[in-house]
Design a protein around this ligand. Sequence first.
Ligand code: NAI
Length: 468
Amino acid sequence: MSDIYFKLVNTPFGKTAAQSLGLPAPVPLKRLRRADQPFTEGNVLVGAGNGGKAITTIGSVLSASAATLYRASGKATLEDSSKAGDKAQALDLASYTKAEFSALVFDATGLKDPEDLRALYDFFHPVIKKLGMNARVLIVGKDPATCRKASQAAAQQALEGFIRSVGKETGKKGATANLLWMAPNAEKQLESSLRFFLSARSAYVSGQAVRIGKAADAPTVNPVAPLTGKVALVTGASRGIGASIAQTLARDGATVIGLDIEPAMDELEKVIHAINGKALSCDITAKEAPAKIADFVEQHFGGVDLLIHNAGITRDKTLGNMPEHFWDMTIAVNLSAEEHINDELMARELLRKGGRIVCISSISGIAGNFGQTNYSAAKSGVIGYVEAMARQVRNGITINAVAPGFIETRMTAAMPITLREAGRRMNSLSQGGQPVDVAETIAWFCNPASGGVNGNVVRVCGQSLIGK
Ligand code: NAI
């Protein structure tokens, strides 16, 4: 459904009217146009608080990019910025007045106590007003759960409040702000996440703290087709977010099995035919579904690498008015079916080494929603399932979830207009997301180099005001 307010505000008259009335003025987000587009361009400034462990990796990843790289200098708290490498030109922050930045990247892993937080002010204060449209702010910190000293955990946890506030201050420029909390010695696992969060692929992801753990390896992948040779199964692939996931994974090189219910077969065939995939008719809640899916995967490909549990339904009613079958169906499609399918595929060893499982939660699963006790319970359950499974998976397999906010699909087009408008505007970017925003986040989880990203729930919500 088209966002008429968004279109109006992006006309010269609408922009002026919105400004004078103090109304939200969402700017168009820059999304990926071509698969071979550089992950970042323009002027990128990097910095590190003293003792930073990630700055060398950040410097080398960015040195290989299309960006003009600068490193912060001139402040005692930022001396370790020099470890960003020779390709980064020193830039004295005290006297900086020049061009805009497309990204500000800061290594905060060395911050040991609240006094060290001064480095954040020293790095960001002189340049934050120079952030360009659609720019990126990215901080790498140390996972507070791995800090032995309380003062260090305090400093590292502080990064979350900081980044979330920066996201709110800079969202009006279509800019995002995110945080990577790295486990000790997990520097090798950073690259795929640095690339994702600095790129146009993460246009609608803001205010997120992602944990990056250690993993056996981080293979070098072709950034244009990182999923080459992989087989993906996407449930609910005939339309909306599922169709976009199928297209995005195929763009990245995967062979896609698209699954949907029998009445959606015509739509599914069209989507799947265009990407040379295979279509499977199946109701995921049917008793025989796990075995049917496993047989299909085994027969056609001998196994599967990427399992994307996208199919979902809503059956909204306040609890007192909710019929029994609304409750049962919503829990079955959104939650139980995923577990049964995973169990079958893993028991038959059809999920390959280095496999990826991705589940779809929702902001309703984080914050709850009026009339959605069934849906919110199911989507909260998805989070519990993902977090518990992340501790159990072996063989380089990861499991993560996305929690979409307001995404422009048939599901949200069916909402009453007042709720729809509120959903669109109540986030730092003042607009709804597109199905591709969810799909790009899933493609990042699926990247072979994202083995350190496990057990995360990443919101794709433009930093919605709703929920944590
Ligand atoms: P949609 O309603 O457009 O698509 C859902 C797909 O799942 C359909 O193709 C449908 O046929 C399929 N499906 C439903 N029941 C099935 C079953 N028993 N077996 C197999 N396939 C089945 O939904 P949309 O908006 O694309 O959502 C996709 C996912 O994202 C869902 O899990 C939804 O809960 C979640 N989500 C969507 C949000 C949004 O703003 N659109 C927000 C938060 C979460």
